[in-house]
Design a protein around this ligand. Structure first.
Ligand code: SF4
Length: 176
């Protein structure tokens, strides 16, 4: 019930700032996802939504100039998504940041305990419902830290070099 209340407050603040909840969620995802995951299908899997709903969300964000679609360099039939400069600025005013600031009432120990508790609840929920974790790249079983032919790191699943920035992003293929 508490999570629902937080969710409602967040949505209401998000509406005041001119975007619907799904639009904020898509912007946040595109701000955190790695280049392999910034696709309509990656976003659909992350949101647990339908292709049609996500398509409407992306059209709205493109119309507002916050997101743009690009053809993939290697596969011209594939579409990649990226935030525009206006999209990145919009995220700087994300109402979620206000909520995070409210965590200041907690001490460091309480904050870590809350993070661990929510992580466990989420992991249990995903296991029961079969959802993808979308965890950080550096925590993935395919992540090779400082690989000999890396950049400096490497992904053994996709067989690509990974930068330090890549390692801190979330990925649709991530497996703990
Ligand atoms: S190492 Fe894992 S999380 Fe990182 S790019 Fe490869 S599959 Fe994705």
């Amino acid at each position: 019930m508490l999570l629902e209340r937080f969710g409602r407050l967040l949505q209401s603040r998000g509406h005041e700032l001119g975007l619907k909840p799904a639009q904020w969620e898509a912007l946040r995802y595109l701000g955190r996802a790695n280049r392999f995951s910034r696709t309509p299908s990656g976003l659909t899997a992350y949101l647990g939504s339908t292709k049609g709903t996500v398509s409407q969300t992306l059209i709205a964000l493109e119309d507002k100039g916050l997101v743009r679609k690009k053809a993939d360099r290697d596969d011209r039939r594939a579409v990649r998504l990226e935030l525009t400069a206006a999209g990145r600025r919009a995220l700087e005013a994300d109402p979620l940041l206000e909520l995070e600031a409210s965590l200041d009432v907690l001490g460091r120990r309480e904050e870590v305990a809350l993070d661990q508790a929510l992580t466990s609840v989420l992991a249990g929920h995903l296991e029961r419902t079969g959802g993808r974790p979308f965890g950080l790249c550096r925590t993935c079983r395919y992540f090779e830290k400082n690989a000999t032919d890396g950049g400096p790191h490497r992904c053994s699943l996709l067989e690509v070099k990974l930068s330090a920035d890549d390692s801190e992003q979330i990925c649709v293929e991530q497996e703990a």
